[in-house]
Ligand binder design. Structure first.
Ligand SMILES: [Zn+2]
Length: 199
């Protein structure tokens, strides 16, 4: 079990055709599940249609099953929830992280000189440069000021002002909606995420 913050992303939401339609934070997942608006899946993909069946029954839990702690009780939270509705997943409408959002994550601070800059002076920086076939997505991007971006050029690996190797920015767990965005994805989500790639 793992105690989580209410805003932490814990749960993949599936539509009635078992396709992923989004991610939920612990609070939203719990409230919807507790009020029987969504069904929960346990480790063995057993479906629990009501929260009573889950909390009074014996779901098979992960070792790191997310738990919300209230004053009187701990509440486990399913890591996969399903709606009986027909939400449709639109790959083209899938959220891409904007430059603005990336700047907000690093608090408008250049990741090389570690100084704050106005939004207009900040740029997307490729860790592995595009000319060396570096990916053009969040797994290979950080934020730097124009001056540092120019200085770095195509050098890789690159070290910041403190001598630390330059790495992609870490997406906080509170940043929802980006399935497949990286570290925060749970193992059991992958079989559903694959359905996206193949669809
Ligand atoms: Zn800089």
């Amino acid at each position: 079990m793992k105690i989580v913050e209410p805003e932490q992303i814990t749960t993949l939401l599936l539509n009635n055709a078992w396709n992923p339609v989004g991610l939920l934070c612990a609070r939203d997942a719990f409230v919807c599940f507790y009020n029987n608006k969504l069904s929960g899946l346990d480790k063995d993909y057993n479906l629990f249609k009501t929260s009573a069946a889950w909390y009074e029954g014996q779901p098979n839990l992960f070792d790191d099953q997310p738990v919300m702690r209230s004053v009187s009780q701990d509440w486990t939270i399913p890591t996969v929830l399903q709606t009986d509705r027909k939400f449709v997943y639109h790959p083209r409408k899938r959220k891409k992280m904007t430059l603005k959002q990336m700047c907000e994550i690093v608090d408008f601070t250049c990741q090389i000189c570690h100084k704050k800059h106005p939004y207009k002076d900040l740029t997307r920086e490729h860790i592995i440069p595009k000319c060396l076939k570096g990916a053009n997505n969040i797994t290979n991007l950080t934020i730097t000021c124009r001056k540092c971006n120019h200085k770095k050029g195509a050098t890789t690996p690159y070290f910041d002002k403190l001598g630390q190797e330059l790495n992609p920015i870490k997406i906080p767990k509170t940043f929802g909606g980006v399935i497949g965005a990286g570290d925060n994805d749970r193992e059991e989500w992958k079989m559903f995420a694959k359905k996206i790639a193949n669809s």
